[in-house]
Design a protein around this ligand. Structure first.
Ligand code: Q9C
Ligand code: ZN
Length: 341
């Protein structure tokens, strides 16, 4: 299949994240994308560059002032003479005002971010925009008749909501792809999120919408990031009630229980009867992922691909997480390969 890739991803590099009480180099590294690129090229997928899009496309999913904040945050940090990393250090938790957007850089960071694991470096915006364009290009290819297309997005996107960023995510690539398909005339679109972590940003964006179904398999937020969303009782609201489905699974889940939950997800998708599918494709469900705890093995990813392809829907696959760098290429290529048969 066509795989959309931009070398601009590499400009997002060198950041640090607060992880278990220590400031460590971020797990979300440029070599992830390069290893995926090499593996899918070797498997015969055709690499294509992202297209240009009017930036107004971003506003179908994101708040305009949030987009401008992300674009300018690093330059502003520097112009205010700060050293160190662009990482927030305070957030508007319960009891603090949520209706004020502080004008200073520290208050703005706390207002827009929801964790301290998502650094902004000088090249972050270039990579973020290239990832968004890659997802929309893959959606355009599918809207134009491709059976499936893959966007090698880096940084990932599913934790980013309308006006918040976190979880290594800044703009929501999968949501932009789904919105693109809606704008291209697809009446109902499903986003299936198989990343290890709950796609809280995607859920929030489509929470009150019936035209985009959101289905997610993930580590139980009782113990797994992002901790504060992704529980089974979250089902959407208003016109969107019943169009969000969360299937949290306990830490340590292996293939059999995972496959059973995936069948539940596929059943819900079939009942919704969408015109197309967007897959938030994280492979941090892998047994040796350094920040996750499921126990899928490399041989399971072609099985996942086969089950997804079996829906027989035009499909956009969007790269999300996966931090076991040595195996990330094989695992992603395993999913994609099932669509070629
Ligand atoms: N103890 C994605 O996979 N830190 N984001 C987790 C767990 C953030 C993962 C800390 C993990 C974000 C796209
Ligand atoms: Zn993840």
């Amino acid at each position: 299949m066509k795989a959309v890739y931009s070398p601009l991803h590499a400009r997002h590099d060198g950041g640090f994240e607060l992880y278990r009480g220590q400031l460590v180099p971020t797990f979300e590294t440029p070599d992830r994308a390069e290893i995926i690129r090499a593996a899918i090229a070797a498997a015969g997928h055709e690499l294509v560059q992202p297209r240009e899009f009017p930036e107004s496309r971003l506003l179908g999913v994101h708040d305009g002032e949030f987009v401008e904040f992300l674009r300018g945050a690093h330059a502003r940090w520097q112009s205010e003479g700060r050293q160190g990393h662009v990482i927030p250090s305070g957030f508007p938790a319960r009891g603090l005002r949520q209706d004020r957007r502080p004008s200073g850089i520290s208050g703005s960071l706390g207002y827009y971010a929801f964790d301290a694991s998502t650094p902004i470096v000088a090249g972050t915006w270039d990579a973020v925009l290239a990832a968004a364009r890659s997802a929309m290009t893959a959606a355009a290819l599918v809207a134009e008749g491709e059976r499936a297309a893959y966007a090698l997005c880096r940084p990932p996107g599913h934790h980013a909501a309308r006006s918040t960023y976190g979880g290594y995510c800044y703009l929501n690539n999968a949501a932009l792809a789904a919105q693109y398909l809606r704008d291209a005339g697809h009446r109902r679109v499903t986003i299936l999120d198989v990343d290890y972590h709950h796609g809280n940003g995607t859920q929030e964006i489509f929470w009150e919408r019936e035209d985009v179904q959101f289905v997610s398999l993930h580590g139980d937020p009782e113990t797994e990031y992002p901790w504060f969303l992704g529980y089974a009782d979250e089902r959407g609201a208003g016109p969107g009630e019943g169009f969000t489905l969360n299937l949290p699974l306990p830490a340590g889940t292996a293939w059999d229980a995972y496959a059973a939950a995936l069948q539940t997800a596929l059943g819900a998708i079939t009942r919704y009867d969408p015109e197309s599918l967007v897959v938030s494709l994280g492979v941090d469900t892998f047994v040796s992922d350094p920040i996750s705890s499921f126990k899928l093995e490399s041989r399971h990813y072609p099985l996942i691909g086969g089950l997804l392809a079996g829906l027989r829907l035009p499909t956009v696959l969007v790269q999300e997480g996966g931090y076991a760098v040595a195996e990330i290429g094989e695992n992603v290529a395993g999913v994609l390969g099932a669509f070629a048969d």
